[in-house]
Ligand binder design. Structure first.
Ligand code: AMP
Length: 403
């Protein structure tokens, strides 16, 4: 069912509650990677340019104590947003009560306010985690503050919180619109098309530490993909399932049977490393070498090897849809980064394909390579994009009004 988009709704003179994902890294008040903020700008600008009042809500980190509250205030985020938008953003240091309500009442069309971290509601009350456990009263309260709700926080769409599912539910109950923002729309379009309607050949690339994190994705994408390329730590459980020696590489003993089943189900769709970079220790300074498919005793596989890189690139060159989630090795260490960087370069070189990167480490690799603008879509949600690729319905999306 097509979802209502912010551009379908009249925002002029309206109080528009926008749930953004400003969960950005902050150290000593300074914001690190602000991609998620930049990605939310089109929706905020659309609302203010069309005469709406933008009332922003976001979580930041996890709040378990008063100490956390000091470290995880959204105040520096409001300052940075003001720079990004080139206009004043009023920070309201609470997210409930008279001070917030007065600030909203004083807003003029085109104004922007950011209220304090929604997860401050997770402590110091009778309910417990009011935001993260979706206290319906909190969703109702926030919904009462606006005329229109817009959810642009794809990164939290796999969770049912008061600021996404709670508000949307209360808005709909009050016959008020709960729409998707442009970032949410883009995420649904790219991930949805890849999963439901891929142009073939469709190549899925999976890596990262654990098989257990990616089982759902593999199961859902085996029938849809033409090839599933597997690298990273998770590859070694599959190689072990095939009877190869894996030395002291990452290994999930309780997933070997499942790996065997998946290999059987996938036929020759699953492509595993044919060579590896192996080291004696998990360290960039450790003695390392290129080895074949078997890892010598006492060594661990930390990257895919040059033959595997060539094999993966050869498969990728004809791809028309590519989904990539997870690094091909311990890429934070320069000696084991080549596989991940080469896969990123191969994606960047595809001019006639839809290329999609699930958030997290693979997105970081694309940015490090400076090829982010050559990728069709880099998801802003790691966990959310994985659950989407698993074929699950995400509660944050389900709660948005249908057209
Ligand atoms: P994930 O969070 O599951 O995407 O895993 C990412 C992490 O897996 C990164 O920190 C990588 O360093 C790590 N990783 C990838 N490949 C390997 C490997 N072969 N051995 C150990 N760690 C790895």
């Amino acid at each position: 069912m097509a979802k209502l988009i912010v551009s379908d709704v009249d925002v002029k003179d309206k109080k528009v509650l926008i749930r953004v994902d400003f969960n950005v890294p902050i150290k000593n008040g300074v914001i690190g990677n602000d991609n998620r903020m930049v990605a939310a700008l089109p929706t905020i600008k659309y609302v203010t340019d069309n005469g709406g009042k933008a009332i922003l809500l976001s979580h930041l980190g996890r709040i378990k104590s008063d100490e956390d509250k000091k470290a995880l205030s959204l105040r520096p985020v409001a300052e940075h947003l003001s720079e990004l938008l080139g206009k004043d953003v009023e920070f309201v240091p609470v997210n409930e009560g008279a001070e917030l309500e007065a600030a909203i009442n004083d807003m003029k069309d085109g104004d922007v306010i950011l209220m304090e971290n929604t997860r401050f509601q997770d402590i110091d009350n009778d309910f417990g985690k009011r935001e993260s456990k979706n206290d319906p009263k909190l969703g109702e309260y926030w919904a009462s503050l606006g005329d229109v709700y817009v959810n642009d926080a794809f990164g939290t769409a796999h969770r049912a919180h008061a600021s996404n599912v709670g508000i949307a539910t209360a808005m709909k109950a009050a016959n008020k619109p709960a729409a998707a923002g442009f970032l949410m729309e883009k995420e649904i379009k790219f991930l949805g098309d890849a999963v439901d309607n891929p142009v073939h050949p469709f190549v899925t690339i999976l890596g990262g530490a654990k098989v257990s994190d990616k089982i759902g994705v593999i199961e859902n994408l085996i029938p849809k993909s033409d090839h599933i390329l597997i690298g990273g730590g998770m590859a070694y459980t599959f190689l072990a399932a095939q009877g190869h020696e894996i030395g002291k590489s990452l290994f999930e003993a309780d997933k070997v049977e499942l790996a065997k089943e998946l290999l059987e189900k996938a036929g020759d769709k699953i492509v595993l490393p044919v060579d590896n970079v192996a080291a004696v220790e998990f360290s960039n300074d450790a003695k390392h070498e290129v080895v074949g498919v078997n890892i010598p005793e006492g060594e661990m596989g930390l990257d895919i090897g040059p033959k595997t890189i060539a094999l993966f690139k050869d498969i990728l060159k004809d791809a028309k849809t590519v989904v990539w989630n997870g690094p091909m090795g311990a890429f934070e260490m320069s000696n084991y980064a080549e596989g991940t960087l080469e896969v990123g370069r191969a994606l960047g070189n595809l001019t006639d394909a839809r290329t999609i990167i699930g958030g997290g480490d693979s997105a970081a690799a694309a940015i490090q390579l400076g090829i982010a603008d050559k990728i069709s879509h880099i998801s802003t949600g790691g966990g959310a994009s994985l659950e989407y690729l698993e074929g699950k319905e995400l509660p944050g999306i389900a709660a948005i009004s249908n057209k």
